[in-house]
Design a protein around this ligand. Structure first.
Ligand code: AG3
Length: 285
């Protein structure tokens, strides 16, 4: 008898993505959302928040390479990095590979997510014991409002704009992010499905266009997010992701990547025509 247990992400009431499950490792309900970790047959361990796939061991490297290395190879001296969300630890893991980085502050609203990942997905979460990491289990929205610190790079590694992440897609939040970003700072945010979340993605671009000197979008593919095609938004107070990118730094870093490389860095900003048509007026470069 083989297992007949499947997990399905239901998306937008018209799409379902199913994965065969070997074993349920953790199921909990925090005050913010449901948190599940399952061992899948085809994608390794998988974290779901409110039934939405956040991370699978098999392909998380794509998302985490692209959220972290694009800004960190553009910024000439990224010493202080702030991560909003990112409770699974994958983003922090990639940031920490940059030896220049002196401190990583991660503000995750839901301790249950991080605890479950530390226990069941060490591939992403083991890095959180690094002495350069400060973990804060609190609301990212109020953190950016009250902190007196400034950050060189801010990464908004959020879930979809439902549940606890909803305010992370609002202008108020980005006004505060802009205020705590150093003068040459960069902010990269989870930018949703280019294909299915056009409205939300456009809204995020509008917000960033209004607040930052540079505002762009770059894409990657991830087989376990609905539609496969997904995006990050890039905004900065001046640093341009391609003009200010020194490809030699990637080689000089001595780091080895599974997805990211210097060509991928620049090409990710090339947008398909249907996306360019929708966003051209909001891209500021
Ligand atoms: N952040 C969530 C990306 C959005 C996934 N959406 C979905 N499956 N409907 C990923 C966190 C990785 N650190």
């Amino acid at each position: 008898m083989y297992s007949q247990l499947w997990v399905e992400e239901q998306y937008k009431e018209f799409l379902g993505l199913r994965y065969k499950v070997d074993k349920v490792l953790f199921s909990g309900k925090s005050e913010f959302q449901t948190v599940d970790v399952v061992e899948t047959v085809g994608h390794g361990r998988m974290l779901l928040n409110d039934g939405y796939v956040m991370v699978t061991e098999r392909d998380e490297f794509i998302y985490h390479d692209m959220i972290a290395h694009v800004p960190l190879f553009v910024h000439p001296n990224p010493l202080k990095v702030l991560i909003i969300g990112g409770g699974d630890g994958g983003t922090a893991r990639e940031v920490l590979r940059h030896s220049k980085v002196e401190s990583v502050t991660m503000v995750e609203i839901d301790k249950m997510v991080t605890d479950a990942c530390i226990e069941f997905i060490p591939k992403t979460a083991a890095c959180l014991s690094d002495p350069r990491v400060t973990l804060k289990f609190e609301d990212g929205v109020s953190f950016v409002k009250k902190t007196a610190e400034k950050y060189d790079v801010i990464l908004v590694d959020s879930t979809d704009p439902i549940g606890p992440a909803t305010p992370l897609f609002n202008e108020d939040f980005y006004r505060d992010v802009h205020a705590i970003l150093a003068d040459d700072g960069i902010v990269v945010s989870q930018g949703e499905s280019t294909f299915y979340e056009a409205e939300m993605q456009t809204k995020l671009m509008q917000i960033k266009n209004g607040l930052f000197d540079i505002s762009m979008l770059y894409q990657f593919t991830n087989s376990t997010y609905p539609g496969g095609l997904w995006a990050f938004t890039y905004a900065s107070k001046g640093l341009h992701p391609i003009r200010d990118f020194k490809a030699d730094r990637v080689v000089e870093s001595g780091l080895d990547f599974e997805y990211y490389n210097a060509k991928m860095h620049s090409s990710a900003f090339s947008l398909p025509t249907f996306v360019e048509k929708r966003l051209a007026h909001l891209i500021k470069e």
